[in-house]
Design a protein around this ligand. Structure first.
Ligand code: SF4
Ligand code: SF4
Length: 364
């Protein structure tokens, strides 16, 4: 048996499900923060195997989904500037902003390139010394350290034409904002796995301590998620909320201290604009003043010709908060499909709408 198979064992899965079904008596609503979990829960059919009184809700999902239209409009404005090359991870190109997607401005002649790592973007900057290369820094704590490392590398190598447009976000503040808003009644949270491998599980201690909700950090295999649900059910049944980690092979309480250090060296904490939620203080990462020479916001005049506007009918802003599901969106699977996405939750491979479409559209 190889390492991963151990986390997919059907016998162990059956045992866990039997336990959950016997143990769970109280109605419960669990929100998975992370889009990777949403996809895994659908892929393994976990929703349908749980007792009917346990409801699974999807939360903020992935960095592409939570990027605000206003921030996307800024990226589009940057892409139209002469002599600029925009580098971005692939998903972002297809997300509609107020009026266009990056893919559409590229079709009109803008130099927009898909990269698979910040190293690719640095290489493009090296090969195009007469151009200004702007990397769209989008992501949670998982990707921020690599982008911080690219800024340090650009500085150390004297690259004067590399910039980062930082739209990074940090996750605990948005979880707090969702809980504070109280728009959706929750019994427990499945905390993100990759993010927690950087931040450490300690970052989520406030959930049981301040909000008295069950909480567990999960990995992405079927047994990881079932262990996590088992823990949440135990916490709910015993009325003893605590922080549990069912992903200890990747997550330490203190996180990845080397990654946190490099993030802290390059980034300051600043407000960030979240889709559906608005500007949250202390929830984003912007470049520290020492790295201002690499900050796209400080080095380019970003002019928006018209105010930002949301796509009519798209419920992504509500879906991120867990107050609506994709099945409540009139555009779902009719007008809006992965081939023709109307909102980011259908674009991203970890988006809730895409997960419903691929795995659960008919089942809910
Ligand atoms: S980066 Fe990882 S932890 Fe974060 S939302 Fe995506 S899958 Fe989840
Ligand atoms: S189905 Fe499409 S339009 Fe509706 S909320 Fe999801 S992404 Fe937005």
């Amino acid at each position: 048996m190889n390492f991963i198979e151990e986390f997919r064992s059907s016998q162990s899965g059956r045992t866990l499900l039997e336990y959950i079904n016997k143990r769970s008596t109280k109605p419960a609503r669990f929100m998975e923060f992370c889009g990777g979990h949403t996809v895994a829960i659908f892929r393994y059919g976990i929703r349908q195997l749980l007792p009917p009184h346990i409801e699974m809700l999807s939360g903020p999902g992935c960095p592409v989904c939570v990027t605000s239209t206003a921030d996307l409009d800024k990226v589009i404005a940057l892409s139209r500037l002469p002599g600029v090359i925009i580098c971005s991870f692939g998903d972002l190109l297809r997300v509609p902003s107020s009026r266009q997607s990056l893919l559409e401005v590229r079709a009109e002649g803008a130099d927009v390139r898909i990269v698979y790592s910040t190293m690719d973007a640095l290489e493009i900057a090296r090969q195009n010394p007469l151009k200004k290369v702007i990397f769209v820094g989008i992501g949670f704590e998982t990707t921020a350290p690599t982008i911080a490392a690219s800024v340090i590398q650009a500085r150390n190598q004297g690259l004067a034409n590399y910039y980062v447009m930082s739209i990074h976000k940090i996750t605990p503040p948005v979880m707090r904002a969702i809980l504070d808003a109280g728009e959706t009644r929750l019994s427990g949270i499945i905390c993100p796995g990759h993010v927690s491998s950087i931040t450490g599980s300690n970052a989520w201690e406030f959930i049981p301590e301040e909000y008295h909700l069950a909480c567990a950090v999960s990995g992405f295999e079927s047994l990881d998620i079932l262990y996590c649900v088992k823990s949440l059910v135990d916490q709910v049944e015993d009325a003893t909320p605590r922080l549990d980690v069912s992903y200890s092979r990747a997550v330490k309480p203190e996180g990845n201290t080397a990654a946190l250090k490099i993030m802290d060296e390059v980034f300051d904490i600043c407000p960030a604009n979240w889709r559906g939620i608005g500007i949250l203080p202390q929830s984003g990462l912007c470049l520290r003043p020492e790295f201002a020479a690499f900050d796209a916001e400080k080095n380019f005049e970003i002019k928006l010709s018209e105010p930002s506007r949301e796509t009519p009918g798209c419920l992504c802003g509500e879906i991120i908060k867990g107050t609506r599901t994709p099945l409540e969106c009139k555009l779902f699977s009719k007008v809006c499909t992965p081939e023709n996405p109307v909102g980011p939750c259908m674009v991203s491979s970890e988006g809730t709408c895409a997960a419903y479409y691929h795995y659960g559209g008919k089942l809910g």
